[in-house]
Design a binder for this molecule. Sequence first.
Ligand code: UT7
Length: 321
Amino acid sequence: MTRRAILKGTGSALPRTRVSNAELAERVDTSDEWIVERTGIRFRHIAEPDETTATLGADAARQALEAAGLQPADVGLIIVATATPDNTFPASATKVQALLGAPDCIAFDVAAVCSGFLYAVSVADAMLRTGAAKHALVIGSETFSRILDWEDRTTCVLFGDGAGAVVLSAEDVADDRGILATRLHAEGQYSDMLYVDGGPSTTGTVGHVRMQGREVFRHAVTNLAAVLGEVMAEVGLSADDIDWVVPHQANKRIIDATAKKLGLPADRVVLTVDRHANTSAASVPLALDLAVRDGRIQRGDLVVLEAMGGGFTWGAAVLRI
Ligand code: UT7
């Protein structure tokens, strides 16, 4: 028997308001044609003032707990991956805990921007296997709309808000179910290619997203293909063994180019960038929940998650559902 972190349930939450490319074109000098052709994005959800990273995260978490057949009192660990916390502190994870009514447990945030969910899954996997908790809520939740410069067409058309959550439970299994491998990377020398130009310790303001899109694009395809190769080699499997890839949803062209590099057919890649845009740490769990709920991802499937973002940070995980 091997102790592994098993995926027991998924959930997601999107803000009520959906905004089309045409609506954005009324605010900035852009067009539906440019956005669709360069990114694949058609819509994004934008949070209203009463919808925050914590409230969206809690809504996604409730769904994931229900799917897992668990109560808030069963949770021993809550990790929220976010770059847009409700407050500088306390951690959004403690706010989610309070909203769920979960009693004393471990709760903290992970800041790795778009790869935050991969970092959070990797930490939860290690903590579950070493006995820190039996059941973990791992949540990616973002309200990037709050840190966008709505005058900057090169960034404001790319992002959206939302949350996704999974329940991972420690189980002793005889088969190959559960998280089989994770791999994380960071290269801080590239921090000025995708960053926020403010923060508590520098400007004392929240700041806005700044990005050198073309450079980020180039690094993303190279790094994502490499890290996918690393996790698959670690579990001794090839691209042919993968049932589903759930990639970070930044740009359809990045997703297509990465899949092509690995020889993965497009019909095994879950795509939500068209309807959610880039929701940073929420994008992978949002896409995972969609594909689980619509029946594409089934028990026994080999699923690979991957993401890359500011830092640069990037990572991947392989799991058997
Ligand atoms: O999640 C974190 C990871 N983030 C990413 O992975 C994002 C990676 N980067 C990208 O997805 C792409 O680089 C972008 C979608 C950001 C940009 O696409 P691109 O094909 O690299 O375009 P570009 O930056 O080279 O810009 C091409 C042109 C420029 O005009 P000129 O200089 O050729 O005259 C831009 O000014 O498109 C112009 N442009 C726009 N035009 C209409 C830039 N943004 C817009 C816009 N609408 N929103």
